[in-house]
Design a binder for this molecule. Structure first.
Ligand code: ZN
Length: 462
């Protein structure tokens, strides 16, 4: 199976190499900002001309927004705009122009309704302070050295890796991997290189193909499996919270920048800012590590995994839950399960957002009308079942898989990533496969519970 995979390594750069990398990131911004200014100027000019009643055909010609046309415009102007352009890889300018072409396309698609999700704003100028320094190489000499501790990139030359690249090197050596691009970027004060690699993955089967496991993500535990296993919340953020608080306080006591008075930040403030950034980065790394370990284990072992389609964006708007949810990384968990089940030959079933997994009795199927967030134990008034709330929900999710298999017995193949997940509708006699993009009301005619989205999601956000 062909898959595109990223291999990311921390770099140990010499001061000279850091300067070259930063300078290339600067070249990215120059090309991006020049092209954006050009696009804006032409748009404004045309708008002004229209107000004078000039016919559309006589307006200043529009400038193309695609990458090739932006590149053509840049190449015509670079001698004047950036007479130093020969000192930099053309890939740097290309990175900036490509980012702009994508941003413009996203903006126009969003405006015309061709792009789902939140509205996309018009591209902004890249600032040296706000943007992350980054440059992407797609052509030229990109390789891993024989010692597997160094990589060679165009213009930047031979760079030392902080760790061994053996996993990537093995793929390159036996011909199952092909590097498509290499991106050098600075995250939280540290330079990294990320290789985008087309990988030919061996076909895999899960260890227990017939096993069906419901995964309920919660705040108290990272996940509760229908097998009864409780995966503890790593709570790395909680553990690091004290240090974050200390550092944030330290930063607030020092002289920061002030736009209105033109106050420049003090050097001590900059030091504190770097420390805080590193502490945040460490939390993020620990969290990602915990999630990857869990999702890899689940996808390798079980044939079918069932998760809820939680409205993460909606839940993050609830401030009290937000920190915990962000900490546990719900959305990330589901994203990882989607591609890892595909890689391992299993399948992921995503239960509809309105499926009452917490309120249904996993023994007799009775659905409660109300279940407060504080009720940690599920007690069925019909059959007398007493079970942990999250475990009950996980069992309901696992039962959904059987329902989906009855309706669509052939559909047990791997499920593609986002958007192609199999969705199961509301609790109903028959599970109907929904096409992405259709209304929440399914063909069984069940209407999602009334009330605000946030409210309902809250009842599921335990
Ligand atoms: Zn019951």
């Amino acid at each position: 199976m062909k898959a595109v995979q990223a291999y990311r390594f921390a770099l140990d750069l010499t001061p000279g190499q850091e300067r070259t990398a930063s300078a290339h990131a600067g070249a990215v911004r120059v090309a991006h900002n020049w092209a954006l200014a050009r696009v804006k100027a032409v748009m404004d000019q045309r708008a002004a001309e229209r107000t004078y009643g000039i016919a559309d055909a006589d307006l200043t010609p529009a400038i193309g927004w695609s990458l090739p046309s932006l590149r053509k415009a840049w190449n015509a102007a670079k001698g004047e705009v950036a007479p130093w352009w020969r000192e930099y890889s053309k890939e740097a300018f290309n990175t900036g122009l490509d980012a702009l072409a994508r941003a413009l396309r996203n903006w126009s698609d969003s405006r015309t309704g061709r792009r789902a999700g939140r509205p996309v704003g018009f591209p902004r100028f890249k600032s040296r302070r706000r943007s992350t320094p980054s440059v992407r190489f797609t052509t030229g000499a990109i390789r891993v050295e024989v010692d597997r501790k160094h990589v060679v990139l165009p213009r930047l030359g031979r760079l030392k890796l902080h760790e061994s690249a053996r996993k990537l090197a093995r793929r390159l050596d036996n011909g199952t991997g092909r590097i498509m691009s290499a991106t050098v970027r600075r995250d939280a004060g540290r330079w990294h290189v990320a290789f985008c690699v087309e990988v030919d993955r061996a076909d895999r089967r899960p260890a227990r193909p017939a096993s069906v496991v419901g995964v309920d993500v919660g705040v108290r535990h990272l996940a509760v499996l229908s097998t009864g296993e409780l995966v503890p919340n790593p709570r790395h953020l909680d553990a690091a919270q004290r240090r974050l608080r200390t550092l944030a306080r330290r930063m607030s006591r020092r002289q920061g920048p002030d736009r209105r008075t033109g106050q420049r930040p003090s050097n001590r403030w900059r030091v504190a800012q770097t420390q805080l950034g590193r502490a945040h980065a460490r939390v993020a790394h620990l969290r990602r590590d915990g999630l990857h370990k869990l999702t890899t284990r689940l996808a390798r072992e079980h044939g079918t995994l069932v998760v809820e389609d939680l409205n993460v964006a909606g839940m993050l708007r609830n401030r009290r839950l937000a920190r915990h949810i962000a900490d546990a990384g719900f959305g990330e968990l589901r994203r990882q399960l989607a591609y890892k089940t595909e890689w391992n030959g299993g399948q992921l079933i995503v239960a509809d957002r309105w499926y009452p997994s917490s309120k249904t009795c996993s023994a007799c199927g009775a659905v409660k009308t109300k279940l407060a967030l504080t009720e940690r134990t599920f007690t069925c008034t019909i059959c007398g079942l007493i079970l942990d709330r999250d475990l009950n929900a996980a069992r309901n999710l696992a039962a959904l898989a059987a329902l989906a298999a009855e309706v669509d017995p052939a559909g047990s193949g791997p499920v593609a990533g986002r958007g192609a997940d199999r969705k199961t509708p509301l609790a109903g006699p028959v599970a109907v496969k929904r096409q992405p993009g259709t209304a929440t009301t399914d063909q069984t005619g069940t209407v999602p519970p009334q009330g605000g989205t946030t409210n309902h999601v809250l009842t599921k956000a335990h």
